[in-house]
Design a binder for this molecule. Structure first.
Ligand code: ADP
Length: 502
């Protein structure tokens, strides 16, 4: 059976008008279908682009997740954003909320180095989602240094919705030819992409930070172990040092103990010896005193009888016998003097001497009177400054100054009359009295010797004496808790120093 379209009129039966109407209808249908086809093609292209974006976004996710450093993330993110959204300039910042600062992670497409610029973002200026800013003034001056004429700003949020970074993507007027302003559909992709980028950045930061923290902790632990080891070592060293030191101290202590014991033994021996010495000294003194005292009477008898003999036999004896008698007389005188001096010496040692306040000026005055003949004979000059009053035994002071002045005049230089100067100073806690003469002086080797008993520098010296005078002076000074010494050079005079406690 022949197919027959009821709508299609039988050509033989249609007239021209109908045919024209049919043609116009057909024409209209064809142009509509072309339009539909074009729309379909455009939709397919858009779908393709969306698919391509979707694929790239997935790829970005895969790539960015594999990055091990924030820098690598920045690089990949900038590349993908630029490629997917056809944006020629991209800057990615990491945001530090406490400082309100964005630190540039990566910049792409900028001619100048923008890292030197600080991106200080007040929190109220942080965009909630991706936002397009046609004129730069619209977002204030904080992004001005990027010199973009149209740009998208989008925050990178972490899963807790906190802003951890910022993406700025845009173009300058010169870039306009490459740049299609983002439409609403693309903007939503941009939002999805920045959200992913935020999550990935957070992931990298925590992993990276964790790794860093682990590394740091490892370093700290190693350092701790090292310092613990060092501490243990130094402890051990210290302990061994302490042990050594303790040992040394113990040894030193033992030595010290031994030394103390030795010293104690020696001290007690010395004390015994000193006591023995004191006793024997006292015995000796007593003996010397008694002996010299008891010798005095017979010697005086011998002297008187020899003198009587001399008188009686005067003119009857030959010259030689007379000379013998004369020797005997002077020997007896010598013995008498020695005994006298010994007695003086022994008396100084006696304990019962009275201590008074003695005016030494008076002492010197009396001594001058005692030595008047000697002073006049020798034309001696005695210059005495004002002397102090001291606590002493007046008799012993007389003896002391008489001995010293007598010596100063006696040991004069042959060609010079003796000149003696006496003066006193008060030092810290004592009086110092100086007797200075212009006599023959004393050689250094004898300075100490002359204070010993019976010490005379030359037995055959023409000055006479028994060698007891200075020993008596020394004894007197010791009895007064003072001291005596001499400074002198031979031929230069002598300086006798006396020191009395105040
Ligand atoms: P003496 O005067 O009886 O010899 P001293 O004990 O007084 O004994 O003196 C001892 C010695 O010291 C003297 O023999 C003398 O050599 C010396 N001497 C003492 N005083 C002086 C002095 N002022 N100048 C020089 N020599 C002195």
């Amino acid at each position: 059976m022949e197919y027959h379209n009821p709508l299609t009129p039988n050509i033989d039966q249609v007239d021209y008008e109908t045919l024209k109407a049919i043609c116009l209808d057909l024409q209209d249908k064809v142009s509509k279908s072309i339009k539909v086809e074009q729309t379909l093609i455009q939709t397919r292209n858009e779908l393709d682009a969306e698919l391509n974006r979707f694929r790239l976004m997935q790829e970005f996710g895969d790539m960015a997740l594999r990055t091990t450093s924030v820098d690598a993330f920045g690089e990949i993110t900038a590349e993908y954003f630029s490629a997917i959204f056809n944006l020629p300039k991209i800057a990615i910042y990491r945001f530090f909320p406490h400082q309100r600062e964005g630190k540039l992670l990566f910049a792409f497409g900028f001619a100048d180095d923008i890292s030197a610029h600080k991106l200080v973002i007040p929190p109220e200026k942080l965009p909630a989602g991706a936002m397009i800013f046609p004129p730069i003034r619209a977002c204030g001056s904080y992004l001005e240094f990027l010199q973009l004429s149209t740009f998208v700003v989008s925050p990178l949020h972490n899963p807790g919705e906190q802003c951890i970074g910022l993406i700025v993507a845009g173009a300058t007027t010169e870039d306009a030819k490459y740049f299609d302003p983002i439409d609403d559909k693309v903007l939503s992709s941009f939002n999805v992409m920045t959200r992913n980028a935020g999550l990935i950045l957070q992931h990298i930061l925590t992993t990276f930070q964790l790794e860093q923290e682990i590394e740091e902790r490892k370093g700290v632990e190693a350092q701790l172990r090292q310092s613990q080891q060092a501490l243990e070592n130094s402890n051990e060293e210290l302990e061994s040092k302490v042990e050594l030191r303790t040992l040394e101290l113990m040894n030193a202590n033992a030595e010290l103990q031994k030394e103390i014991e030795d010293r104690k033994r020696i001290e007690s021996q010395l004390a015994i010896r000193a006591a023995e010495l004191m006793r024997s000294n006292a015995d000796l003194e007593q003996f010397a005193y008694v002996a010299s005292h008891d010798l005095k009477a017979p010697i005086r008898n011998i002297a008187s009888f020899v003198q009587l003999l001399q008188l009686k036999l005067q003119g009857l004896l030959d010259e030689e016998t007379q000379e013998y008698l004369q020797f005997t007389v002077s020997a007896v005188h010598q013995i008498n003097n020695l005994i006298e001096d010994l007695l003086h010496y022994a008396r100084v040692g006696q304990n019962d001497v009275a201590i008074d306040l003695v005016d030494l000026n008076t002492t010197i005055k009396v001594v001058r009177e005692h030595l008047l003949t000697m002073i006049e004979e020798q034309k001696a000059e005695i210059h005495c400054q004002v002397l102090p009053r001291i606590k002493a035994n007046s008799g012993q002071m007389l003896q002391l100054f008489q001995n010293l002045l007598e010596n100063a005049i006696k040991f004069r230089k042959v060609d010079q009359p003796p000149v003696v100067r006496i003066h006193a100073t008060q030092e810290d806690g004592y009086y110092r009295i100086l007797l200075q003469d212009n006599g023959i002086g004393i050689a250094p080797e004898y300075r100490d010797k002359i204070f010993a008993i019976f010490q005379r520098l030359s037995l055959s010296n023409p000055y006479g004496g028994t060698g007891v005078g200075l020993a008596i002076c020394k004894r007197i000074m010791e009895r007064h808790h003072g001291r005596i010494w001499v400074e002198s050079e031979e031929g230069q005079g002598s300086r006798f120093f006396l020191e009395f406690p105040c």
